[in-house]
Design a binder for this molecule. Structure first.
Ligand SMILES: NC(=O)c1ccc[n+]([C@@H]2O[C@H](COP(=O)([O-])OP(=O)(O)OC[C@H]3O[C@@H](n4cnc5c(N)ncnc54)[C@H](OP(=O)(O)O)[C@@H]3O)[C@@H](O)[C@H]2O)c1
Length: 314
């Protein structure tokens, strides 16, 4: 499905593909993409947010992860402003939650079929397109954060029914899943999935079985919190002494080692590290040039995995 290293096919921007080439929803993308959630932090400096996205494109990124609820539309609007048709980027969004400014957390679940449809329409509007390349159904079955209760406990089949309708209508190119269990993934396979986005990193590998199923099924595995996220209480890649040792030996940073391990770990992994810092963006995109040898891999594989499922975000 993927090839590691420099790809012979450059991006539409003419850049070599960082991390090599991967496949997402039938499209070739660079294996190192960009998770746009951290752009929320640049809300008061929209120019800097747009410049960060443009820099990512120049450096070969053509896969962006977003959501309408990131900054209540702000992040989608930044992507709309920064990306043009000539960039031919795959923008992946997610539905299943909505901003909740007065609530205990900045967002709440919005899992009901009519809420999913409304969320797709909102994404179409704010991204300025008539078709979303990939939409992840963001469940709350697994991973850190919210859990569904009451009328937010919605049957998977009812949710997939509305998403397949939207795909038939041409408003969605492909469907993915997020924050799901192995059982949910198995149940959804007949719909045809482009990707699965679960919380997963070198230090939090509870979902190894799901990753392997995705590899076997030709589904991209797109880990969120690939560095352990920005929230306190999450296991962080940079907290591990084995990661620091490898980083020193490789002349890399701990974050880069965590991302390089993910790229090496399975060929269907696509990365979407999040950052609002231009230096970190460059460092993350440079990870494709880091070669881990057998001893590096063995030392990193031996890092214990810690579940983050109990962590309440926010
Ligand atoms: N499907 C879902 O439910 C879901 C949930 C959460 C996130 N996501 C997506 O996944 C993406 C990635 O997750 P995330 O952004 O939450 O977490 P992450 O990528 O694991 O970590 C982001 C944190 O690491 C820092 N960082 C990034 N690059 C770094 C580097 N080279 N060196 C040191 N620190 C670095 C960032 O700070 P700086 O900004 O200072 O660099 C930020 O604090 C998100 O942006 C979002 O698009 C999806």
């Amino acid at each position: 499905m993927t090839s590691h290293g420099t790809s012979p096919s450059p991006t539409a921007e003419g850049a070599p593909r960082p991390g090599g080439a991967g496949t997402l929803a039938g499209r070739t993308v660079s294996r190192i993409g960009y998770g746009a959630m951290q752009l929320e932090r640049l809300r008061t400096d929209r120019g800097a947010a747009v410049a960060l996205v443009r820099r990512a494109v120049e450096l070969g990124v053509d896969h962006f992860d977003t959501a309408q609820f990131y900054g209540d539309g702000f992040v989608n609007e930044v992507l709309r402003e920064a990306l043009g048709a000539a960039d031919d980027a795959v923008v992946v969004t997610k539905v299943g939650a909505t901003p909740d400014s007065g609530g205990p957390l900045p967002l709440r679940l919005a899992q009901r079929p009519e809420e999913l449809r409304a969320d797709v329409e909102d994404n179409l509007r704010s991204l300025g397109t008539d078709r979303l390349a990939v939409v992840n159904l963001r469940r709350a079955d697994a991973g850190p954060g919210l859990r569904a209760e009451g009328d937010q406990l919605v049957d998977l089949d009812d949710q997939l029914a509305v998403l397949t309708e939207l795909r038939d209508e041409g408003k969605i190119g492909a469907i993915g899943l997020s924050a799901v269990t192995l059982d949910t993934l198995r149940r959804a396979l007949p719909v045809g999935l482009a990707c699965v986005q679960n919380s997963y990193s070198l230090v939090s590998r509870t979902d190894e079985d799901m990753l392997r199923l995705c590899t076997d099924e030709g589904i991209a595995w797109v880990p969120y919190f690939p560095l352990g996220g920005a929230f306190p209480g999450m296991p962080k890649v940079a907290d591990e002494s084995a990661v620091h040792s490898a980083a020193r030996a490789l002349g890399a940073t701990p974050a880069q080692v965590g991302l390089a391990w993910l790229l090496h770990h399975a060929a269907n992994v696509l990365l979407i590290p999040g950052t609002a810092d231009p230096g970190h963006l460059e460092a993350n995109i440079a990870v494709g040039r880091i070669a881990l040898d057998g001893a590096d891999i063995a030392a990193l594989d031996a890092v214990p995995s810690r579940s983050a499922d109990h962590v309440r975000l926010g």
